[in-house]
Ligand binder design. Structure first.
Ligand SMILES: Cc1cc2nc3c(=O)[nH]c(=O)nc-3n(C[C@H](O)[C@H](O)[C@H](O)COP(=O)(O)OP(=O)(O)OC[C@H]3O[C@@H](n4cnc5c(N)ncnc54)[C@H](O)[C@@H]3O)c2cc1C
Length: 402
């Protein structure tokens, strides 16, 4: 393997695989590392918000591979409030793909390898190498024999998800409210699942569910971290009992139809104080992840990868070909993320906080139930096909709570 890579990408989920693909396509020498062996499962509701489709179309055969794989199409989102009020927003003329992450992430990983990235699975990054104050590479273990290895690169891309070791080693990781954790499963033959996703909000926590193809439904129970820490409830073994607590879900699941064991993840919200330092940048959940309610994480991971590659390729081409990229060279990435995601961050945070407040959720859902135009607007913003800023306009916010 090369002595010094242009880029080492840590994590081969959507953010890392897409960054590696785009950098390799641009002529960079890229090493892509993941602790897992693919296909691997990932706790997720597995819905690719509709704006994701355009990005998949820019990723060398990925859209075609998704279309060929078993998948479902989702045409809108239904939200059931704690009071039982129901609203449904449609994705005006658009739809979302939904498919198991084991399939989707493997499609992306293979596309990155086809573009020229060198992929090392079963390789866990544990630490960073430094040249003075600049990141200069990674320390990892794996490759079958668990041997410690070091690799050097001009830039390290931290795409290693929610509990990013790269962000932690950079000292950038921060946590904020709401602190929630999730338990996810695949269940076959769930009653009443059709072409819309569902979000059921309770007094404590919520459930997201939707079809992912071949008669399978992905289910995610999201609860406050304090409920899990309090003990007394086994959320993994007792997942189906927990689902029965939600009136819109009672009686719809047959526990014998569990086709994939329950996975847990969290806590979120977690974010990095800034997305780049000399020699390193963060993309995807490693950069920020607030809450899964709006289902924007995969879109943000892929769009973030495009922004990262757009900043990195000229920086790599302009450098002297050896040293770590400077903070100034990476600063355009931070600025591009702010421009692209500022409204989305605010929208996502407002919703994440709002659903922790049952009286407010009841009020907004009751309102949206009789205002399908507003319901479509909110669901379109969550799906990234309507700018989030439109929902954040004071006149719209006032209509939502009036
Ligand atoms: C309950 C839940 C439901 C969700 N539902 C949706 C949804 O429906 N739609 C949506 O768009 N988003 C959803 N999300 C968010 C979405 O899952 C994430 O935003 C998305 O996976 C981010 O991609 P990523 O590539 O940044 O990180 P990940 O997908 O987490 O990938 C990170 C990769 O890094 C690897 N890794 C981690 N640490 C190391 C290490 N030390 N060394 C090497 N490799 C490492 C991991 O193995 C993994 O492959 C949901 C999230 C949760 C928790």
């Amino acid at each position: 393997m090369s002595d010094r890579w242009d880029a080492i990408v840590v994590g081969a989920g959507p953010a890392g695989a897409a960054t590696a693909l785009l950098l390799s396509r641009g002529g960079a020498r890229v090493l892509l590392l993941d602790r897992a062996r693919f296909p691997r499962h990932k706790p997720c509701s597995e819905y690719l918000s509709p704006a994701t489709t355009a990005i998949l179309g820019r990723l060398d055969g990925v859209l075609e591979a998704v279309e060929r794989a078993p998948h479902a199409k989702v045409y809108g989102m239904k939200v059931v409030a704690p009071s039982g009020a129901v609203m449904c927003g449609r994705l005006a003329g658009a739809y979302s793909f939904a498919l198991p992450r084991a399939t989707f992430d493997t499609i992306l990983l293979r596309a990155a390898a086809r573009a020229g990235a060198v992929v090392r699975e079963s390789t866990r990054v544990q630490d960073l190498l430094w040249d003075g104050r600049a990141v200069a590479g990674v320390v990892a273990r794996g490759g079958g024999d668990g041997k410690r290895e070091t690799w050097r690169a001009r830039v390290v891309v931290g795409a290693d998800g929610l509990r990013s070791v790269v962000a932690r080693r950079l000292g950038l990781l921060r946590a904020s409210a709401p602190r929630r954790v999730a338990f996810t499963a695949h269940v076959a033959h769930v009653a009443g699942v059709d072409g819309v996703g569902e979000l059921h909000v309770g007094d404590t926590g919520y459930v997201g569910l939707g079809p992912v193809g071949e008669g399978v439904t992905t289910v995610a129970l999201v609860v406050p971290l304090r409920s899990v820490r309090a003990g007394g409830t086994d959320y993994r073994a007792g997942l189906f009992a927990q689902l029965e607590r939600f009136p819109g879900l009672a009686g719809r699941f047959d526990p014998r139809q569990l086709v994939r064991g329950v996975l847990a993840t969290g806590p979120f919200a977690q974010w990095a104080e800034r997305p780049c330092v000399a020699g390193a940048l963060l993309v995807g959940d490693a950069a920020d992840f607030f809450d899964p309610f709006t289902g924007q994480g995969i879109y943000a991971a892929l769009r973030g990868a495009e922004l990262a590659a757009a900043a990195l390729l000229p920086a790599l081409a302009a450098g002297n070909g050896s040293g770590s990229l400077s903070h100034a060279a990476l600063a355009p990435y931070a600025a591009a993320r702010r421009r692209e995601f500022r409204s989305k961050w605010l929208f996502e945070r407002l919703i994440a906080l709002g659903i922790g407040w049952p009286a407010l959720t009841n009020r907004v859902v009751r309102r949206l139930a009789v205002r399908p135009d507003l319901a479509d607007l909110v669901v379109g913003a969550a799906g990234n096909i309507v700018p989030a800023a439109r929902v954040l306009a004071p006149s719209v916010l006032a209509q939502l709570v009036s």
